[in-house]
Design a protein around this ligand. Structure first.
Ligand SMILES: [Zn+2]
Ligand SMILES: [Zn+2]
Length: 127
């Protein structure tokens, strides 16, 4: 008996991935265009100016690192060159939080803050 092998599943998966990619690219293009309309074409970190072909190097950064948060007034966007954008993200990984204290602020470092320490002893008391 001859059974024809149908690679349906992997084809389906490929298609879903391709569609997801296209959708992501489409969304990115939309908010990038919008951001380029409302912001000057300048990297918010290093101040380099971009125009023409080099505009490709200017990317949209999400201040809260949530790419689904795209308010149309641009309040969650920042235009960064590829280099500064990269920097911004490695900094984010190091500090695990976008709300770093301002320079000169005497806020305690996040590591000494244990929000669950009190809760822990409370639970122990209650048994
Ligand atoms: Zn830059
Ligand atoms: Zn970013």
């Amino acid at each position: 008996m001859v059974r024809k092998h149908t690679p349906m599943d992997s084809e389906k998966v490929d298609r879903i991935i391709a569609e997801a990619r296209a959708e992501k690219a489409r969304r990115e293009k939309t908010y990038r265009e919008r951001a380029l309309k409302i912001f000057p074409w300048i990297c918010a970190r290093c101040g380099r100016e971009f125009s023409g072909k080099r505009l490709r190097e200017l990317t949209v950064h999400h201040k809260d690192h949530n790419h689904d948060n795209n308010p149309l007034d641009g309040s969650n966007w920042e235009l960064l060159c590829l280099f500064c954008h990269d920097n911004e993200h490695s900094r984010y990984l190091d500090q695990e939080g976008p709300d770093e204290p301002a320079p000169g602020s005497d806020r305690k470092p996040a590591t000494s803050f244990k929000p669950f320490a009190a809760l822990d002893s409370l639970l122990k008391e209650k048994k």
